[in-house]
Ligand binder design. Structure first.
Ligand code: ADP
Length: 249
């Protein structure tokens, strides 16, 4: 079999805050097309890793590679342009606009369409069609004209996913997609992520281990900024050091 192709790799990645090493010589290899989970106790460094990968924060040391290319030195806009996109947070959706408008704005921003766009009916209808496709994909077509702030929480998560997908990411970074969801909403959002993975890679921070077991191909366990263990869910969950870190996994 061919060696796995890594879409995203971190080697010896470090980030300190003052004298404290939040991310400490971290190695991470994300296989192209996989759904990869980043798990670990609170304070393990998961959010900091996301901030380093998207260049919201500069690394103190180490390197990041995208399809083998060193992207350690590029800025956040260039990372997004390469197709590495962090999921919109709910606070980043336009609460006073409709579901439909939110998705169309994301599509417009992807296509860099300014005022001239309004001059072309063809562009407008292509964008509208694509907006409907995305809304249907995440099960929000019925709520197209609902003001985003008035959507139930689980539906806001679906909208967040649609606006992220509008950017056609190659690598989608999801920061706790299940956080705050009623447990009845979890299977639905899991299914949407599973559907959204087609043709792309998903790296997600997730606390819900049932979800990780169900939809993730690989798991990296972080502890105190380091990789404790990496492998399939069954491999990492059988690892004594992981069992110890989680006590009672
Ligand atoms: P996780 O997402 O796994 O809970 P974080 O990446 O948020 O962990 O945090 C890792 C550690 O780094 C924590 O101890 C946290 O307090 C610390 N930390 C994170 N961001 C900052 C910051 N901006 N300034 C100082 N300390 C920080």
């Amino acid at each position: 079999a061919a060696a796995p192709r890594y879409v995203l790799e971190a080697k010896g990645l470090c980030r300190s805050f003052g004298g404290f090493r939040a991310v400490d010589a971290l190695n991470l290899s994300v296989v192209e097309g996989s759904v990869h989970a980043l798990i670990g106790p609170n304070g393990a460094g998961k959010t900091t890793v996301f901030n380093l990968l998207t260049k919201f924060l500069p690394a103190s040391a180490g390197a990041i590679y995208f399809r083998g290319r060193d992207i350690t030195k590029i800025g956040p806009a260039d990372v997004a342009r390469l197709g590495i996109v962090r999921s919109f947070q709910i606070s980043a959706t336009f609460g006073q606009l409709t579901t439909f408008e939110n998705v169309r704005i994301a599509l417009q921003s992807k296509n860099g369409l300014g005022w001239q766009f309004w001059r072309s009916r063809e562009t407008l209808s292509v964008l509208n069609e694509r907006t409907w496709e995305l809304l249907e994909m995440v099960g929000l077509a019925y709520a197209a004209s609902t003001i985003a702030n008035e959507l139930p929480y689980g539906r806001k998560r679906a909208l967040e996913l649609a606006t992220t997908l509008a950017l056609e990411p190659d690598v989608m970074l999801l920061d706790e997609p299940m956080a705050g969801l009623a447990h009845t909403d979890i299977p639905e959002i899991s299914r949407l992520i599973d559907r959204a993975r087609a043709g792309r890679t998903v790296l997600m921070v997730e606390h819900n281990l049932d979800v990780v077991e169900e939809i993730c191909d690989s798991v990296t366990v972080l502890q105190r900024g380091r990789t404790l263990c990496e492998g399939s869910y069954s491999e990492v969950s059988a690892d004594p050091s992981v069992r110890e870190a989680y006590m009672g996994l």
